[in-house]
Design a protein around this ligand. Structure first.
Ligand code: B1M
Length: 590
């Protein structure tokens, strides 16, 4: 257990300035309450308990969120199912309903009673001013701008509005920016605030969520303004985004950020990040939440911390932490092992020898991205792909109608031109040439076109490729990726029945019995919910239904190896891959 727990925020500031402090500071800023209680062996009910945890664990700061999403009138939260945790207790998670947006048009924007800075509660900061021990500072969690905008608008409306409704989007960013900036101005009047951390996810595992030009227009100017404020006040300034942010790293530096978190190991190679940006940005995190912290032993955690400190900390500019947060599915002994190893190996000057601590150390693993778009693609397929991306629904319908009138079977136009056009778009997404919004838009246009020809298609029995029931497994609330998979499949002519998120095995069984789909598609984004895929397959076996449906699995932490291990019929890395896999499973042409 940690012994040296005298907080000294200067240590963090030195690390943020890429200098060597006396030791590597701890850098996590989101730790589940059950983990804190397990660590302290008592309930964490008051601010004093919170302070006690962060001090005893060895941190030099205490994080506290004062943010637009916590104000009255922010979008309502929905409740998830009760889940068992590593700590024996059951918890119910809540999250913002992102898909049915609160503000989807101008009328709603104008009628909405926006929260103001006066709705924010700064009493905890008042208390910190008096109660934080010497040397300790608060880490203000505020300043995110993209996440609140999409949470208010719903992801799909947000993605469409990027190009379709730029004025509304600009007004949304302005409004959210004003509120966040106002909160920050007030919060930093408190002497206890030492740094600001902006937790705004702009990327997923294989790249940026939206086109860099949209980030340039809507997000970075605000972050630069905040950066100037932090520089003026001598505050630390840290950016948190999951996923692969490589394409935005220079811009993140230009905004004035001094620290970057969490460098997710399956999205970015920390060695490369250190080499390219490590003189300008302090790196924070990277201890693998997907594997080591969640599934490894304390010895594995110790070995991984040793390796990160050995390679990243020399010269300064490293804060030790997880590659996202410490949720309640990280075993307590692993969290403690991470803290302890930080103290054991993190004293400057760092002089560690490779491999001197035994244990499984995870390293960067890139996903199968960057498939180049086939140059020899038929011109007509290319034309259709352009039309799909440009939302030219009527032009597509007219073009298909002309072909059908000339005697070509509708099903041939769809399977030989339109579906390959969608596949081509999928390839462009995989190659990082287009982003989530363009993919979503194309898939939705495709569905509308297929819908237009629905009657004709039914008569000719063409177009519909097969039935698919899809859902995110129990305990998992992530659905942006699952929705993209759904849309891509629908756009490719499959008939989709989407069961939503946190779907228990019984509900999948019911749907398969009732709808008799060809494929059951399961999505999971958390390492801990992958086991629900296995449970679902086991439930189908138990019910004697396993041979009635093919099961496809996917989601960021899922691998082919895992699919083989649990007896799934297929695995796909991403949405275009899912479409290809479904066709392969059903012996349909690609
Ligand atoms: Co969370 N989250 N999150 N999160 N989140 C991840 C997934 C994480 C990888 C971040 C990280 O480690 N740095 C991490 C999981 C780590 C792990 O266990 N392996 C994580 C965590 C830890 C958590 C919480 C526990 C955080 C906390 O509370 N401490 C919590 C859990 C809530 C819960 O589910 N019980 C949580 C919450 C949330 C939000 C609610 C804030 C939000 C979800 C909003 C929503 O979905 N409605 C969120 C988000 C946005 C993310 C990240 C940043 C982005 C996910 C995303 O939408 N990507 C994510 C980080 C990341 O991905 N690098 C992260 C865009 C989307 C297009 O990609 O979802 O990967 P993706 O889908 C891809 C492929 O995976 C694949 O195709 C899709 C399209 O190409 N795919 C399939 C998906 N399903 C498929 C099915 C298939 C085939 C392919 O066949 C059937």
């Amino acid at each position: 257990m940690t012994t040296d727990n005298r907080p000294d925020f200067n240590r963090v500031m030195q690390a943020l300035n890429c200098e060597e402090p006396d030791r590597v500071p701890l850098g996590d800023w989101s730790i589940d309450i059950l983990a804190k209680e397990g660590f302290l062996k008592k309930e964490v009910a008051s601010l004093d308990d919170e302070i006690e945890f962060w001090v005893k664990a060895g941190f030099d700061f205490i994080p506290l969120s004062t943010d637009i999403m916590g104000l009255k009138a922010a979008p309502e939260r929905v409740q998830g199912n009760e889940l068992k945790t590593k700590y024996g207790k059951k918890v119910q998670r809540s999250w913002v309903q992102e898909h049915s947006g609160l503000i989807t048009n101008w009328e709603q924007f104008e009628k909405y009673i926006w929260p103001t800075v006066d709705d924010a509660d700064f009493s905890k900061w008042d208390y910190f001013d008096k109660a934080l021990p010497d040397g300790m500072k608060g880490l203000l969690l505020c300043g995110r701008i993209m996440a609140p905008v999409w949470m208010y608008m719903g992801t799909e409306t947000f993605y469409y509005a990027l190009d379709d409704n730029p004025d509304l989007l600009e007004a949304m960013f302005k409004k959210v920016g004003e509120i966040q900036y106002g909160i920050i101005e007030r919060a930093i009047e408190h002497k206890s605030v030492g740094a600001i951390l902006v937790n705004d996810d702009i990327a997923h595992n294989s790249g940026l969520m939206i086109h860099p030009r949209h980030l340039e227009k809507y997000v970075f100017p605000f972050l630069t303004k905040l950066g100037d404020l932090c520089a003026e006040r001598g505050l630390g300034y840290i950016f948190h985004s999951d996923g692969d942010c490589t394409a935005a790293m220079d811009k993140i530096v230009d905004c004035g950020f001094k620290g970057f978190n969490p460098i997710q190991p399956n999205a970015m190679d920390i060695l490369e990040v250190k080499e390219k940006w490590g003189r300008k940005l302090c790196l924070i995190g990277n201890i693998n939440l997907d594997s080591t912290l969640t599934l490894g032993t304390p010895q594995d955690v110790r070995a991984e911390v040793h390796e990160r400190i050995r390679t990243i900390a020399p010269g300064g500019g490293y804060l030790l932490g997880s590659s996202n947060s410490i949720p309640n599915y990280v075993p307590l002994e692993n969290m403690i092992a991470m803290f302890d190893a930080g103290f054991e190996f993190g004293r400057y000057p760092i002089n560690l020898t490779k491999g001197e601590v035994e244990g499984k150390v995870s390293s960067y693993q890139a996903g199968p991205k960057s498939k180049e778009v086939a140059a020899e693609t038929d011109q007509e397929v290319k034309d259709y792909s352009e039309l799909l991306m440009n939302k030219e629904i009527s032009k597509i319908i007219d073009r298909i109608s002309v072909q059908v009138d000339s005697g070509i079977a509708l099903s041939s136009v769809i399977s030989e031109k339109l579906i390959p056009a969608m596949t081509l778009i999928g390839g462009m997404y995989q190659a990082g040439k287009i982003f989530i919004p363009e993919m979503m838009i194309s898939a939705s246009v495709m569905s509308q076109v297929l819908n237009h020809f629905k009657d004709l298609l039914i008569q000719g029995q063409g177009g519909k490729q097969g039935g698919i029931v899809i859902g995110t497994v129990k305990g998992d609330l992530h659905d942006i990726g699952k929705n993209l998979v759904s849309m891509m499949l629908e756009g490719q002519g499959f008939k989709i029945h989407d069961l939503g998120v946190s779907v228990p095995p019984e509900k999948f069984i019911e749907a398969v019995e009732e709808l008799k789909p060809d494929i059951l598609a399961l999505s999971a984004l958390l390492t801990t919910t992958m086991v629900e895929m296995e449970n679902t397959i086991a439930a189908f076996e138990k019910r004697g239904l396993r041979d009635k449906v093919k099961i496809l699995i996917g989601g960021a932490p899922v691998t082919q190896e895992f699919a083989d291990q649990i007896g799934a019929d297929g695995y796909a890395y991403d949405a275009p891959g899912a479409a290809m896999k479904c066709k392969e499973i059903l012996n349909l042409p690609n």
